[in-house]
Ligand binder design. Sequence first.
Ligand code: PGA
Length: 252
Amino acid sequence: MHGGRRALFAANWKMNLLSSDIEDFLDDIIPVARESAAELVLFPTSVYLQKVARLTEGTEVKFGAQNIFWERCGAYTGEISAEMAADCGAKYILCGHSERRHIFSESAEMVTRKARAAQASGLIPLICVGETLAEREAGETLETLRNDIFCSLAAVGASADLVIAYEPVWAIGTGQVATPEDAETAIAYIRELIRELWGDLADEIRILYGGSVKPENISDLMACPNIDGALIGGASLDADSFAAIIANGENC
Ligand code: PGA
């Protein structure tokens, strides 16, 4: 808990895990969630949203969709809407993950439209921002964050029910975690940008770190006053490692 903000640990499973893996994972994680003061959110692929809904019913584990399209319904082959995710019991929508931005060419405007659609269906957007290695090496990290945050937030409704994840692109899936000092600097800066837009609401909005989070590095990250939790990819695929991240991170 930092500044009254409840810690949040989110598992971004990406395009991983099959039905039986999810069952095993939840057998292990539901008891962890019961004992934890932190909020735990899983992001399965959309084909398993209903399965995760069924398995987590009546538990403390929440879940969300990794991606949605912004229209409510219509001729959009292959897409799912925020309303459909909400209908499955999702509480969160991941918006603007770097893999969506870079592999699937999602623009800042698309990210905003998705975040707005999530809010319109009563879901919490978890918006990812972060600089590429080239931007970092050119000394453009803060400028990139300013652009990302201003684009993403300018058009969504001011709300404390919004989560930001600072995920430097060069740290995602590379084993190269940002130093706690660098992550804290970036995240404190993001909080100030939110303050410019939305005033004191900035103190209520949770900002996570993401990028090669592991049980071994989470404590130092969570010791930073502005880091409210983590968005975890690779190390969230295994229940033991996800549980160790929660145990090591939640009381810092
Ligand atoms: P990683 O992924 O933990 O495997 O680096 C983080 C993410 O993509 O959200």
